[in-house]
Design a protein around this ligand. Structure first.
Ligand SMILES: NC(=O)c1ccc[n+]([C@@H]2O[C@H](COP(=O)([O-])OP(=O)(O)OC[C@H]3O[C@@H](n4cnc5c(N)ncnc54)[C@H](OP(=O)(O)O)[C@@H]3O)[C@@H](O)[C@H]2O)c1
Length: 272
């Protein structure tokens, strides 16, 4: 059954819910008058509604009764409560999107009384500035058109990939925890610059632009990172001298282990 796409409802407009709202409106996927939001925090609700010029709902039920597409952007620990509240009121012509980390499709679908299409998403913090990496997993009642629609919604805040749900732990380890790993690299490069004699503000700026620029270059050229690295590694030069230190410090292996360990932790948390 085709999902209606006329009205969007967002439950929870904290950091991620409001970032998604901003992106969705900016991309014109919904006009402000087609959107209704709700949040437990009344001040936050009023502020976000006023800024985005969308309607503030009186309750979560109000959102579910007036929207075709409902985005759940509350913390994982309140997902059970919210689903208990709305689960019996959703129908098969609606679409439910969830971004709650670690809350799987079975948990969500088992709390719905109808065959509601559900898409689980794992966004990351760069979504807050429209540069996120988002993985989607479709639930059992999601057809291709509905999944495409879900893709378009999340594309408003970053690049979207679709994975089978068991891969969500690996996604959490890589793109979910990855921003913290990359920030550590930025900070360490900056410290290196200071150690080599640069003022802190200059070192930080250079470290930041180096990481940003290198990522854009890799994305735009589509070249393998090893090939791009070879291009700046001249025989007996400065870069190979630094690369020797990184290899001696097992930096590559440490990053691989960090992703694996984070993925493993995500799996453990999901089992609770
Ligand atoms: N932030 C990220 O980078 C990130 C990355 C991946 C996934 N996620 C997922 O995104 C979701 C939201 O995270 P966030 O960082 O945006 O959290 P947040 O800033 O705390 O926003 C959640 C909002 O939902 C409200 N809320 C709580 N219970 C509610 C209820 N029963 N009905 C309606 N609203 C309710 C909260 O109000 P109160 O503050 O009054 O409780 C808060 O304003 C989480 O499930 C998280 O796992 C976030």
């Amino acid at each position: 059954m085709a999902v209606g796409k006329e009205r969007l409802g967002i439950i929870g407009v904290g950091a991620m819910g409001s970032a998604l709202l901003t992106g969705i409106l900016r991309e014109g996927l919904f006009a402000p008058e087609q959107v209704m939001i709700n949040d437990l925090d009344g001040n936050r609700l009023a502020q976000v509604a006023e800024k985005a010029r969308v309607r503030a709902a009186a309750s979560n039920i109000d959102v579910v009764e007036s929207a075709d597409v409902i985005l759940l952007a509350v913390k994982p620990n309140v997902m059970g409560l919210v689903l208990e509240e709305i689960g019996g009121r959703l129908g098969a012509r609606q679409l439910l999107l969830s971004i709650a980390a670690g809350i799987d499709l079975t948990f969500i679908e088992s709390r719905l009384s109808a065959d509601v299409p559900v898409i689980r998403a794992m966004p990351n913090t760069p979504c807050l500035v429209g540069k996120g990496a988002i993985a989607l997993s479709p639930g059992k009642h999601v057809d291709n058109d509905t999944l495409d629609f879900g893709r378009r919604i999340f594309a408003a805040v970053g690049k979207v990939v679709v994975v089978d749900e068991p891969s969500m732990d690996a996604v959490t380890g890589l793109s979910g925890s990855g921003p913290a790993f990359v920030l550590t690299v930025i900070e360490a490069l900056s410290d290196g610059g200071v150690a080599a004699g640069l003022p802190r503000s200059i070192a930080y700026q250079l470290a930041l632009e180096t990481v940003l620029g290198t990522a854009v270059m890799a994305a735009e050229t589509g070249e393998h990172p090893a090939r791009l690295r070879d291009m700046v590694t001249s025989p007996g030069g400065t870069t190979i001298a630094g690369m020797r230190v990184l290899e001696a410090g097992s930096v590559r292996s440490a990053f691989m282990e960090a992703v694996l360990r984070a993925a493993e932790r995500s799996r453990q948390l999901g089992e609770r």
